[in-house]
Design a protein around this ligand. Sequence first.
Ligand SMILES: Nc1ncnc2c1ncn2[C@@H]1O[C@H](COP(=O)(O)OP(=O)(O)OP(=O)(O)O)[C@@H](O)[C@H]1O
Ligand SMILES: [Mg+2]
Length: 365
Amino acid sequence: MANVIIDRVGKIYPNGFVAMHEANFEVPDGSFTVLVGPSGCGKTTLLRMIAGLELISNGEIRIDGKRVNEVPSKNRDIAMVFQDYALYPHMTVYENMAYALKLRSLPRDEIKNRVDSAAEMLELNHTLDRKPAQLSGGQRQRVALGRAIVRNPKVFLFDEPLSNLDAKLRVQMRSEISRLHNRLKATMIYVTHDQVEAMTMADMIVVLKDGYIQQIAPPLELYSQPKNLFVAGFIGSPPMNFMNVSLENERRLSGDGFSVGATEELAKLAVMQKQKELTLGIRPEDIHDRLSRIDVPPDRIVSGVVEVVEPMGSEVFVSARISSNLITARFRGDLIPEVGSRIELVFDMTRAHLFDKESGARLVE
Ligand SMILES: Nc1ncnc2c1ncn2[C@@H]1O[C@H](COP(=O)(O)OP(=O)(O)OP(=O)(O)O)[C@@H](O)[C@H]1O
Ligand SMILES: [Mg+2]
């Protein structure tokens, strides 16, 4: 096992395209670190540089304290699991898992022990004689995991390994990989564009956009203290609501069609930025139905007209129109307002954020 240090790593592809700008972070030994971001942000590029499948244009990558820029992939002691499992179709499950060990000329008994133990861990014992075509998607994915496990690598790298699975299987495999991580205590770097996967699996999340790191933080910190509008909007579903606002007087923020009382802290931040345009950010779960609350401060109520209602069973997403703003709130499942009706929303301003509209940065003291 090992830590991985990404030290001012950049990537310029031969056509001149800069896919990564000076990425800097450390993946501690035994950590499960997730790289997340929208399509094209550079996740695969970064993972392939760590794997040695892509040249590093600038900076240095160190695995277990050793610079690996010039070390060929096969000598980096890493194992990679891809989105397409890339199993050998003509080999059995056993042979697929044993293959890399045979190439390394490990003794037969040692190979058998390692494959049996991985198969046991992944509940593949009954499928060892089958060919990949005779397996379900989830089983194939587990064979791909098994192939990585038997190698006992210093670092596991995953590139969207679950995206070919249906929704239910994805949830199941997600917890299997988490369990595997707890058991092996291995260093894992996991790429996904799915923020739910990132939130549920990671110790540490690295959010990327357009080749730039936006924020590095544990899941709940990312959720409650996003650094900028991009992170705030990317993490969380339905996403955080954003509204253009300005400071109306010392304690009120006003936007198109509404005005709401600010907390002392938000008011202070807004005063400090007085020349600038501001964006108010508030998550759907921090907006409540007036009727479900007692003792609501009157200055926290915002009135709108219900435009969309999405009942999910345990909860309902209600989108209300407030002039040009369409605001989504998350209510208890049995609080289903009628489309077209007027609704009073209570903003929990203690949980709201202010951002500098132009730079996108969240305002902090
Ligand atoms: N060989 C290449 N030459 C030039 N540009 C490339 C090359 N490979 C990737 N890119 C570009 O680099 C950027 C990052 O690509 P990358 O595959 O790392 O994105 P990603 O975050 O993994 O996206 P996805 O979620 O779609 O897999 C993209 O804009 C892509 O078009
Ligand atoms: Mg990719």
